[in-house]
Design a protein around this ligand. Structure first.
Ligand SMILES: [Zn+2]
Length: 662
């Protein structure tokens, strides 16, 4: 009862606060309330967007794989203190797992997974203490509560469970009353701004001004990520000289923190904070950038060599950061990078059946074995595909990648329409115009193909805009609506506003021209739409350890059975002259090596002295490369379909337009 009164009081307080600012805002979903800076787009509740086609198949693979079973046997979860049990973990692993399980259950609308979610949430909602703290009594650390709040906000969106808002409100009251405790030496301090995601969510629903004050105090009292990104400390030069590894060089902290200046901007309206987001991403690309939009950290920042690893936690956290940034700022660049991570590094670090994952993935990955590699600090099992190679954080945190990507494909707009922020076969059901419900089905094999067809289902005609992202790479895009065709500009959102009739169609064609990227040592990477391509290498799996009698949970080494040391014969500026493209429908296991939906045929020459050094592919030979070997026929397939791969290729010196940088 006490909780209820509190919420009602907060809502009453807010009506007053928002009265003096009149803005055009989305009327159907919670928007940023003053004094927060308005976001470009508005999140739809979890469950409004559902996967279809191959994307649904992929999430079903995930549900039938580790995500759907991990809590049944993995000791950290099977005896978790987050369900009140003894002997398991009381820290981040339970909340991490749920941060993926909850969205997966609701985007798939899967009864079995929803049943799995229930006891966790029931226990969590009953765990609130009089002072506002919640979770296992054993845990005294604020960090796992920041993750738990992200779980509860998603759960509340999907179910409207009335117990969530009071629990979160009480926890923010705890944070207000307790002294700031966000030390730089601890995860809770480095990741303190993760709390702001839930703070804004809660404030937008209750209007309690104390929540914004707590969030501002967290930013002031925690690690200075804004000046870190404005004056990036870990340049190539600094790394070469050797650094003392610590929290500020930790890859997962940084992947999460990419959004923190953006969250600070929401509170401060300071353009310098927004600038820090862009400068941060640019510095990470310049000094640690890897093909496919990620940056290397194994598990500390480790430069641009394609054999340096990126931890899987950093991939899924970077995706979540970009989902937040795309919503706040509406910049196509954030969505372009989000798709690249979602469709390359995200599947590439997992086996196609989603029963095993890597801790560290490599762009040039030719041997996955228990062995020493030139990681900054990680151990010898880090590039195995397994249950918990190196350490179990990714085992529990990886699950959020796919389902949160799906739930962020579509967002609401302030002109009472919808925005396609990222593409993939899906269906969105949401309120538009004066509140009528529209269903838009998106039929496509994207990212394997560039044709996208939207069908609009309405109970009557309605006028509202559709904002369609035109990726920066999509020169020559075509948009057809009602018998008219337009050529929208790449790097913008095309807005189609009209009176829609039930059954109306919109056809978007995004040209999938081949592109090359110049990488470390003047190597070339081949890109098509948001997909990066890798050499298909014969893969021999060797089981190192089994974890279950009936479930296929195991650690795997993978050995190459075909040569990988090729340079490409390639016209970098006009890659279509040297590469033939074939496409087919994705298989039921979309990222299986055998079923790649796109295959590129290209010629290459073996480079005799390019071999394995320190258990990874040796230093990429500097292009252009001389080779007197005969030209061989090579097949490249999407990065996500490979477990062994070369992705950053030397280029043969007979190739045209050699070394021209983009
Ligand atoms: Zn991890």
């Amino acid at each position: 009862m006490k909780h209820l009164e509190l919420v009602v009081a907060c809502i009453a307080g807010l009506t007053f606060a928002s009265n003096h600012v009149i803005r055009a805002e989305n009327k159907h979903y919670p928007v940023n309330r003053p004094p927060l800076a308005q976001s470009k787009f508005v999140d739809l509740p979890l469950g409004a967007v559902k996967p279809r086609g191959w994307l649904k198949d992929q999430l079903t693979v995930q549900a039938n794989g580790l995500t759907g079973h991990l809590d049944e046997f993995w000791p950290s979860l099977a005896k978790t203190a987050w369900k009140g049990m003894e002997g398991g973990e009381a820290w981040e692993r339970g909340p991490y797992y749920l941060d993926g399980l909850v969205p997966l259950a609701y985007v798939l609308d899967d009864a079995r997974l929803k049943e799995k979610v229930k006891p966790w949430i029931e226990w969590m909602l009953a765990s609130g203490q009089p002072n506002g703290w919640f979770g296992p009594a054993k845990n005294k650390d604020r960090w796992p509560l920041a993750v738990a709040m992200k779980v509860l906000t998603q759960y509340c969106e999907a179910t409207n469970d009335a117990r969530v808002i009071p629990l979160l409100t009480n926890y923010f009251a705890y944070l207000k009353n307790a002294p700031p405790d966000w030390p730089d030496k601890d995860w809770r301090g480095m990741r303190a701004m993760e709390n702001a995601v839930s703070a804004f969510w809660l404030y937008n629903r209750t209007g309690d001004p104390d929540i914004v004050k707590v969030s501002e105090s967290i930013q002031i009292s925690s690690f200075k990520w804004i000046s870190y990104f404005l004056n990036f400390p870990y340049t190539t030069e600094v790394i070469r000289k050797g650094i003392k590894y610590g929290h500020p060089s930790h890859v997962v902290n940084i992947a999460m923190a990419v959004k923190y200046p953006g969250l600070a901007y929401v509170q401060s309206h300071d353009e310098n904070h927004k600038k820090a987001v862009y400068q941060g991403i640019q510095s990470l690309d310049e000094h640690h950038g890897q093909v496919g939009g990620r940056f290397a950290g194994d598990e500390h920042l480790s430069g641009r060599r394609p054999t340096q690893g990126t931890e899987l936690c950093a991939v899924v956290e970077y995706m979540f950061s970009l989902e937040n940034l795309a919503k706040q700022f509406g910049d196509v660049a954030f969505s372009d990078r989000l798709e690249m991570l979602a469709y390359n590094a995200n599947p590439g670090a997992c086996t196609a059946d989603y029963w095993a994952h890597q801790y560290d993935q490599q762009a040039n990955q030719v041997l996955c074995t228990v062995a020493k590699r030139k990681w900054s600090t990680n151990g010898d099992t880090s590039n195995l595909y397994g249950l918990e190679p190196n350490y179990g954080c990714c085992t529990s945190n990886m699950h959020q990648g796919w389902p949160k990507f799906v739930s962020h494909l579509w967002m609401a707009t302030h002109d009472q329409g919808l925005a396609a922020v990222a593409y993939g076969p899906s269906e969105v059901k949401a309120k538009v115009a004066d509140g009528i419900e529209a269903t838009i089905t998106e039929e496509t094999e994207y990212p394997f193909d560039g044709a996208i067809r939207f069908t609009i289902t309405l109970s009557r005609t309605a006028t509202f805009p559709l904002h369609l992202r035109i990726p920066r790479w999509a020169d020559g895009a075509q948009l057809k609506v009602g018998g008219k065709s337009i050529s929208p500009t790449a790097g913008t959102f095309a807005v189609v506003e009209r009176e829609w009739k039930p059954g109306d169609l919109v056809e978007l064609y995004l040209p999938m021209k081949l592109r090359t990227e110049t990488r470390y040592n003047n190597a070339a990477a081949i890109v098509r739409g948001p997909l990066v391509f890798s050499l298909k290498i014969g893969e021999q799996y060797k089981k190192v350890k089994s974890y279950h009698d009936t479930l296929p949970v195991a650690d795997w080494e993978i050995y190459p059975t075909t040569p990988w040391n090729y340079g490409l014969i390639l016209d970098r500026a006009n890659p279509e002259k040297s590469i033939a493209v074939t496409t087919r429908k994705p298989g039921k296991v979309p990222f299986a090596q055998a079923d790649a939906a796109v295959v590129l045929k290209v010629k290459g020459k073996a480079i005799a002295d390019w071999g394995i050094v320190d258990n990874s592919a040796g230093e990429t030979p500097v292009s252009p490369i001389a080779s007197n070997q005969p030209a061989a026929d090579l097949e490249l397939i999407p990065y996500g379909n490979t477990r062994l791969r070369i992705t950053e290729f030397p280029v043969s010196e007979t190739s045209a337009s050699q070394g021209k940088k983009k």
